[in-house]
Design a protein around this ligand. Structure first.
Ligand SMILES: [Cu+2]
Length: 151
């Protein structure tokens, strides 16, 4: 009986925590099999009355997961790692090609179209949100040729 109560408390608290930032429209950019890095894009929605930030991300499919943004420097688009991605109270932050993104670095296996990639997002209130992002082919948007892919 005690174990049951503990389990339901755990379940309840993880549900509560998962709700501080809701993730919508998530997808991972499909890349040729020779590429070992790619980006994940999504919308963070803050359901609370306090400003929050996503401070890190994790995924089993890659050696390293970083939070990135794009900057224009001398006419060249470069990626920079950022400490966090802020999501204002009651607001939303869009991660999209050419802007903020979750970078998957050192893919252990090529990602296939339609595959679901599990990504865990850690939030500065101590909670985390687990998402499943589908691997999709992304047309248009940023041109990969002009980008420094972090090496
Ligand atoms: Cu990046």
């Amino acid at each position: 009986m005690k174990a049951l109560i503990t389990a339901s408390i755990l379940l309840f608290s993880s549900n509560l925590w998962a709700a501080s930032i809701i993730v919508e429209d998530s997808y991972v950019r499909h890349m040729p099999p020779t590429q070992t890095v790619t980006g994940a894009f999504m919308v963070f929605k803050n359901t609370t009355g306090s400003d929050l930030a996503v401070v890190s991300a994790e995924s089993d499919v890659a050696d390293k997961v970083e939070l990135h943004t794009h900057l224009h420097e001398d006419g060249v688009m470069k990626m920079r790692q950022v400490d966090k991605i802020e999501v204002p109270a009651g607001g939303a932050t869009v991660l999209e090609p050419g802007g903020l993104h979750v970078m998957l670095i050192g893919l252990k296996q090529p990602l296939e179209l339609g595959q679901m990639v599990e990504i865990k997002l850690n939030i500065d209130d101590g909670s985390s949100t687990q998402i499943q992002a589908e691997v999709k082919s992304v047309m248009g948007g940023m041109k990969m040729g002009g980008m420094k892919m972090g090496n």
